[in-house]
Design a protein around this ligand. Structure first.
Ligand SMILES: Nc1ncnc2c1ncn2[C@@H]1O[C@H](COP(=O)(O)OP(=O)(O)OP(=O)(O)O)[C@@H](O)[C@H]1O
Ligand SMILES: [Mg+2]
Length: 295
């Protein structure tokens, strides 16, 4: 594969008509495999994903997929794109199998036998074979998410964009969904947005943290957390005592667990705290001027 394999973004900006600067100069290199886009509500994740899916144009900047200029030649990307938006409108009373078949037809799968075979393979892949005859309107939230991924996978996309796909899924469904994504990532660029750190920690080879339209951190989960090694300290602050300025405050039996960033122990009672990706996320947001409350 060439050096430009994957998705390259340079200087992407987008200001909405209401003045919100949703993307504020995004530079990012997304290699093939599973890549996480982590950020709080309103960070700009969906804006970035809609822009990459060529559903809206940036004000400025460049996008390349495998070295091809996407804004100059959007069809090159569209032919290779699978996109699962954050919200999907009403689902019809049509069966899962029939709906998938229609979408495959729309995507240019006009040869009936091949299309049928692809649809059946996709239904098996997302474990909806047994429910394929049921109306999509009767699917549970988890089934709908898996059905969405089947739709996005029609035509074996080179680029798969999934926007907060695991919101509202139970742990078993989330795991099942993650396994499908990991599978696809073996042969494609898979960009996954979420505000759930756990979704990314074990799943993504690399991630970017997005806040207020900017990339505030980028790397492997291990790189991001190891940057904090030896600099985090924790103490359970008893109820009623003043809380320190902290990276994270978590309610625990007996009070509040305060995790503090400091080059040396910030005071009596503090123990060294092993850094997690979640800590790195909160530190990156704080450095970007976003408090936990805003996040
Ligand atoms: N069509 C729009 N018109 C005006 N402002 C918008 C529009 N879409 C998004 N925004 C604003 O742009 C910012 C980024 O929104 P976006 O939906 O991209 O964030 P997000 O990271 O996907 O958030 P969430 O985690 O809540 O889905 C927010 O301030 C949002 O209110
Ligand atoms: Mg969003």
């Amino acid at each position: 594969m060439s050096a430009t394999s994957g998705l390259q973004l340079r200087g992407l900006t987008k200001t909405y008509a209401n003045g919100v600067k949703a993307l504020n100069g995004i530079d990012l290199s997304v290699p093939p495999g599973l890549y996480g886009l982590l950020g709080p509500n309103g960070a700009g994740k969906s804006t970035l994903m809609r822009t990459l899916a060529t559903l809206q144009a940036p004000d400025a900047g460049q996008i390349e997929l495998d070295g091809v200029d996407v804004l100059a030649d959007p069809d090159h990307l569209r032919r290779r794109l699978g996109y699962l938006p954050q919200t999907i409108g009403a689902y019809p009373g049509v069966s899962g199998r029939d709906l998938l078949d229609r979408f495959a037809w729309l995507k240019g799968r006009t040869e009936r036998r091949q299309r049928r075979a692809e649809v059946e393979a996709l239904l098996q892949r997302v474990n909806l074979g047994d429910a394929a005859h049921r109306a999509v309107a009767t699917y549970s939230g988890g089934m709908l998410r898996r059905f969405g991924i089947a739709m996005a996978l029609i035509g074996s996309p080179r680029l798969l964009i999934v926007d907060e796909p695991t919101a509202g899924l139970d742990p078993a469904e989330r795991n099942r969904f993650h396994r499908v994504l990991a599978d696809v990532a073996a042969e494609a660029v898979v960009l996954l947005s979420t505000h759930i750190v756990e979704d990314i920690e074990n799943l993504c080879a690399r991630l970017a943290i997005l806040a207020r339209g900017r990339i505030v951190a980028e790397g492997t989960p291990a790189e991001l957390s190891s940057a904090l090694a030896g600099r985090l300290w924790a103490r359970v602050v008893p109820r009623g005592e003043a809380l320190p300025a902290a990276v994270q405050l978590t309610a625990v039996p007996g009070g509040t667990l305060a995790v503090v960033l400091a080059e040396a122990s910030p005071g009596p009672g503090f123990q060294p705290h092993p850094a997690t990706l979640e800590d790195a996320y909160h530190v990156a947001l704080a450095a970007a001027g976003l408090s936990d409350e805003e996040a």
